[in-house]
Design a protein around this ligand. Structure first.
Ligand code: AMP
Ligand code: GLY
Length: 417
């Protein structure tokens, strides 16, 4: 098969590597890809948001399957557009991807189906939101831009003043653009976070090993939320008991609820969860693989990814036995100095010689005049497998300084807690 992957991050590099391993994959393409992906796939210079160009390219080049990895094209309906033209596509349709595309929708969906989540209010009127915050008694509160904001549209506000500021930023200054026209204000949850990714064809759902992201920019979970600075899997927080509870109260009701509403979900569904002392609650849904969770989960996958993807599309996932490596995996993101706020791009990169203990995933990298340069906030993710998390951690940190570019920064505490 000729497979086209949409996206350009570390997640897409990990997806491309796995698809490439499959005997079912004859030729791999990636739009727009990055410098690392260019080593294993033909780069197609079309952006992930140029939906019509993607559809035209797929048709002209007789692409057999398009794997849509990022949130924006999924929310905008790329899968529907491809299917309408008879091109097989992996990922949810627009009416299911809305569980990520609108936080107001996903909160209301959880209410309708009794799925545990933080208490919340939705506002599309600034004055009403401000009045709500004026009389709120419990802080911190969490403000969320309704729409997609590169994983940065969530602000945890320790007190009233910071909540006013976050509200002004979202609704008046429009720092997240139209994504902040509607805001969700919700209860702050405490507990341990975890990510559960699952393959689903709408009938059957098969979960991957639970992982833990590190969303904050700096060590000790300080600073702004980012797309994710590192991850590990499996997370010990996800005990067999918590797993049972998560499946019964969250995973199955979500798939069932989506079906009941005529929003059958096919693809990878992402459950962002918090294990609180009042049970497991949903922090967010995503309609896709996470980044950097993918860079720890996919290296543990032993089954052919192309085979799984086809089974999801053809709704025969129940017949596929998915096997996982029993080891642990950990990844650390090497980011640009100003990430997530001010990213300077175009710095030359030098890479040392890595041992076979680690896997280097490119994210924001490109070639400029033949030289490898930075081209995004998250530049690489370096992953290792180990006998346990500590072992994988040691291997990554032993080699991460072989990556070098101006103002490079990474968290030194991934997997410590
Ligand atoms: P989200 O994009 O919704 O996953 O939010 C980004 C991050 O903000 C999450 O991974 C959590 O660390 C944090 N967060 C979001 N919602 C809440 C909440 N209600 N309580 C505590 N932390 C939250
Ligand atoms: N790492 C979080 C996400 O992909 O949304």
């Amino acid at each position: 098969m000729k497979i086209l992957v949409i996206g350009s991050g570390g997640r897409e590099h990990a997806i491309c590597r796995k698809l490439k391993e499959s005997p079912l994959t004859d030729k791999l393409y990636c739009a727009p890809g990055n410098a690392g992906i260019a080593e294993i796939a033909e780069i197609v210079p079309i952006k992930a948001t140029e939906l019509e160009k993607i559809v035209a390219y797929a048709k002209e080049n007789a692409i057999d399957l398009v794997f849509v990895a990022p949130d924006d094209p999924l929310a905008a309906g790329l899968v529907d557009m491809l299917e309408a033209e008879g091109v097989k596509a992996f990922g949810p349709r627009k009416n299911a991807a809305i569980i990520e595309g609108s936080k107001a929708f996903s909160k209301a969906f959880m209410m309708r189906h009794g799925i545990p989540t933080a208490k919340y209010e939705v506002f599309d009127n600034y004055g009403k939101a401000r009045a709500y915050l004026e009389s709120a008694e419990d802080f911190p509160v969490v403000l969320k831009a309704d729409g997609l904001a590169l994983g940065k549209g969530v602000i945890i506000c320790p007190d009233r003043d910071s909540a006013f500021k976050a509200l002004d930023d979202m609704m008046l200054s429009k720092v997240f653009g139209g994504a902040g026209n509607t805001v969700v204000i919700e209860e702050f949850l405490t507990g341990r976070e975890m990510t559960v990714l699952a393959f689903t064809d709408g009938k059957c759902v098969k979960c991957m090993p639970a992982s833990q992201d590190h969303k904050k920019a700096y060590d000790g979970d300080k600073g702004l939320n980012t797309g994710g600075m590192g991850a590990f899997a499996p997370t010990p927080v996800y005990t067999p008991e918590i797993e049972r509870e998560t499946l019964e109260t969250i995973v199955y009701p979500t798939i069932k609820g989506l079906n009941e509403e005529g929003r059958t979900f096919k693809g990878v569904i992402y459950f962002g969860l918090m294990a609180t002392d009042k049970g497991v609650k949903v922090i967010e849904y995503n309609a896709r693989f996470g980044d950097p969770e993918t860079q720890v989960v996919l290296p543990l996958l032993k089954t052919d990814l192309t085979e799984i993807v086809l089974a999801v599309i053809e709704e025969r996932l129940d017949a596929v036995n998915i096997e996982w490596d029993k080891r642990a995996a950990l990844t650390v993101v090497a980011a640009s100095g100003g990430y997530p706020e001010n990213v300077v791009k175009g710095y030359p990169i030098t890479l040392g010689k890595f041992t076979p203990d680690v896997i280097l995933y490119h994210a924001g990298t490109a070639y400029k005049d033949g030289a490898l340069v930075t081209s995004g906030g998250r530049v690489f993710a370096l992953t290792a497998l180990g006998s346990d998390i500590a072992d994988a951690r040691k291997k990554v940190y032993a080699e991460i300084d072989k990556i070098s570019f101006k103002d490079m920064r990474y968290r030194k505490d991934i997997g410590i807690k």
